[in-house]
Design a protein around this ligand. Structure first.
Ligand SMILES: Nc1ccn([C@@H]2O[C@H](COP(=O)(O)OP(=O)(O)OP(=O)(O)O)[C@@H](O)[C@H]2O)c(=O)n1
Ligand SMILES: C[C@](O)(CO)[C@H](O)COP(=O)(O)O
Length: 234
C-alpha cells in the first residue's frame, strides 16, 4: 500500500452545540473529544501522518495536545477555513507529496471502529473512493420552505453518510480544485468527487459513529464511551 495520510478537520465553531467552549474541546471521560479522535488514528499502524486542521486561535492549544498526548503522527497543526470544505482543502495542501491515499475524518467523531476504518480504506484502494455510512432508520421527507411535504424518497436507497471518507489522494485533490474553480460548496468530500463523475462506494459502518453536533449527543457520547468503548473514566 502507498503512503496513507489522515486529515482530521476540527476547525468548526460548534454553533449547534451552543457551548462557550467549541465542542471538539469538551471533555469526554478524561480527555477532550478531539484527543479521543486523534488517538484512534495515531494507533493505526498503516497511518503515516495526520494533518490536524483547527481554528486559527486553537493552533497553540492543539500543538500542546500533540506533545502532551504523544501524538507523534501529527505532522502539522494548521488553521482551517470558513467552511469544512476550506479546512479539508488546507489539509490536503499539507500532506507529504508522495502520499497515495487519504482519509478525511471529523474531529468530533470519536467512536469510529478500527475495523470500519480498514473496511473503508480497503474499498477505496479497490475503487478509489469510499465512505462509511449507515442505513437511515426514519422515514425521510422532502419538505418545502412552508413546511409542506413534497415527496417521500424510498428509504431503501437512503444512507446517512459518516466519516472517514477515503480516497486516492490525486482524485480528492482534483475534486477540490474543480469545486474551488466552480465555486461549489458541499457538506462532505464525497459530494465533490461525485460531481466530477467518479463513483463513491458506501461501506456500512455502525450507529455509534456519531458526529457530536447538538447538546443531546453529549450524554449519548458518554454512554458509548462507557458501554461500547469500555473506557469508563479513562
Ligand atoms: N470551517 C469548518 C467547519 C467544520 N469543520 C469541522 O468539520 C467537522 C464536522 O462539522 P460540524 O459537526 O458541522 O462542526 P461545526 O461546524 O463545528 O458545527 P456547527 O455547524 O454546529 O457550527 C467538525 O469536526 C468541525 O470542526 C472544520 O474543520 N472547519
Ligand atoms: C462530513 C459529514 O460528517 C458527513 O456526515 C457531514 O456532512 C458534515 O456536515 P456538517 O454540516 O459539517 O455537520
Amino acid at each position: 500500500m502507498g503512503k496513507l495520510g489522515v486529515i482530521i478537520v476540527a476547525a468548526g465553531k460548534g454553533s449547534r452545540m451552543g457551548t462557550a467552549e467549541s465542542k471538539q474541546y469538551l471533555q469526554l471521560g478524561q480527555k477532550p473529544i478531539l484527543v479521543h479522535t486523534l488517538q484512534l488514528f495515531q494507533n493505526i499502524h498503516e497511518v503515516n501522518e495526520i494533518i490536524l486542521v483547527v481554528g486559527g486561535n486553537d493552533v497553540e492549544r492543539c500543538t500542546g495536545y500533540v506533545q502532551s498526548y504523544a501524538l507523534s503522527k501529527v505532522t502539522h497543526v494548521l488553521a482551517g477555513g470558513a467552511e469544512r470544505q476550506d479546512s479539508v482543502r488546507r489539509g490536503l495542501g499539507a500532506l507529504e507529496r508522495d502520499t497515495e491515499w487519504v482519509l478525511v475524518h471529523d474531529g468530533v467523531r470519536p467512536f469510529v471502529k478500527r475495523e470500519h476504518v480498514f473496511e473503508c480504506l480497503v474499498k477505496a484502494q479497490d475503487r478509489d473512493a469510499a465512505v462509511l455510512a449507515v442505513p437511515v432508520k426514519d422515514t425521510i421527507k422532502i419538505v418545502d420552505t412552508e413546511k409542506r411535504i413534497q415527496s417521500t424518497p424510498d428509504r431503501r436507497s437512503l444512507w446517512a453518510i459518516q466519516t472517514p471518507q477515503a480516497f486516492r489522494l490525486s482524485l480528492l485533490q482534483e475534486a477540490h480544485e474543480r469545486a474551488l474553480q466552480d465555486d461549489f460548496m458541499g457538506t462532505d468530500d464525497a459530494m465533490l468527487v461525485e460531481r466530477i463523475g467518479t463513483t463513491v462506494h458506501v461501506v456500512e459502518g455502525d450507529y455509534y459513529n456519531i458526529k457530536i453536533t447538538t447538546p443531546e449527543d453529549l450524554p449519548w457520547a458518554e454512554w458509548i464511551l462507557l458501554n461500547v468503548r469500555g473506557e469508563g473514566q479513562q
